[in-house]
Design a protein around this ligand. Structure first.
Ligand code: UFG
Length: 322
């Protein structure tokens, strides 16, 4: 059944793809974004746009009567979170608490929250299940974990129906919606900048990890498969419960394998130089996503890494052609 939904951070990479899928699915979508990292032209046609802080906007806007909130708006750079923790505690935790208060005041029943694999820290067990200990190794992960705890309390005390989705490494694009950060730190978009000629070379951060080829291993998930999980989570948000699901494909790719796949897809040699390890990087992050599959009925359909890179590459080329 069609819902009226508030999408915070709907001008960002993942938020815009999800907002677009929600609009396509017939939902009424209002996007709120402060455009600090998002782009006005990434807000999907057919949605209403309000520029501002998620909590401040929600304070009045939710009075209109909404069926739910999808909360993507956040600061999300691990390195920056270590340099400037206030930006993360205030930007992520304080804003989310304000949003929860607004939802409570206006009786908004459902929340889908963008959580992260960074809540787990260095894993004891791979693939990582949701029952694994949460000991974040960076401020970014700590703020997302704090918000997860707050959501649990609101669900228990006030009847909120909430789902947190813990993303692993998101990749790919959906047509005109893709990854384009002013400060780019993610592996695949950086490699594609090299392929597109806007960056000279890739620095590989560390080749002495305890993995097969010495580089870090990550679990990549297509942004469109991620979006479908949000649609399912909305349907499954039950009053008074907070469920937490990992979202990944359960397959690890090393950084070198990612670069090799990018070479095959783009035909570019991708010059690479070795560099020191990046602080805070766990060696291996791979998700156990059985709970999302079993309980939400989620079935990722684009698990092939080359498909993700191809979609991201098409997006990059289309933007350069503009
Ligand atoms: N890497 C390089 N060179 C670069 C950029 C990245 O070698 O120029 C390496 C990193 O060191 C890491 C791997 O590529 O080993 C992946 O790095 P990303 O920055 O693309 O992704 P992360 O795994 O660090 O982080 C992602 C999300 C975070 C989230 C985390 C949880 O961006 O928000 O997954 O797993 F917290």
């Amino acid at each position: 059944e069609d819902m009226k939904l508030l999408v915070t951070g709907g001008a960002g990479y993942i938020g815009s793809v999800c907002a677009q899928r929600l609009v396509e699915s017939g939902h009424e979508v209002v996007v709120v974004d402060d455009l600090s990292t998002g782009h006005r032209d990434a807000v999907p046609a057919g949605s209403r746009f309000v520029q501002g802080d998620a909590a401040e906007v929600a304070h009045d806007l939710l009075a209109e009567g909404f069926d739910g909130v999808l909360h993507f708006a956040a600061k999300s750079l691990v390195g920056e979170s270590m340099q400037d923790p206030a930006k993360y505690w205030e930007g992520n935790v304080v804003t989310s608490l304000g949003l929860l208060a607004a939802m409570r005041k206006h009786g908004t029943p459902r929340l889908v929250f963008s959580s992260t694999a960074a809540t787990y820290g260095e894993p004891e067990q791979v693939p990582i299940p949701e029952t694994a200990p949460t000991r974040p190794t960076n401020t970014y992960g700590a703020t997302k974990l704090a918000i997860d705890h707050a959501i649990t309390s609101y669900a228990t005390a006030h009847g909120l129906g909430a789902v947190s989705l813990r993303y692993f490494n998101v990749a790919g694009a959906y047509g005109a919606y893709g990854e384009r950060h002013t400060t780019e730190t993610h592996l695949i978009p950086i490699v594609l900048q090299v392929a597109a000629g806007t960056r000279d070379q890739l620095q590989l951060f560390g080749d002495d990890y305890p993995t097969e080829d010495g580089t870090c291993v990550r679990d990549y998930i297509h942004v469109l498969d991620l979006a479908e999980a949000h649609l399912l989570a909305l349907e499954h948000a039950a009053p008074g419960t907070h469920r937490i699901y990992n979202l990944g494909n359960g397959t690890g790719f090393s950084n070198r394998q990612v670069v090799e796949t990018c070479r095959e897809v783009t035909g570019h040699p991708i010059p690479t130089v070795m560099a020191a390890r990046r602080p805070g990087d766990p060696a291996v992050l791979v998700a156990a996503s059985d709970a999302a599959r079993d309980q939400l009925g989620w079935k990722p359909e684009r698990a092939d890494l080359a498909t993700m890179v191809r979609d991201a590459w098409q997006f990059t080329q289309a933007r350069h052609a503009q």
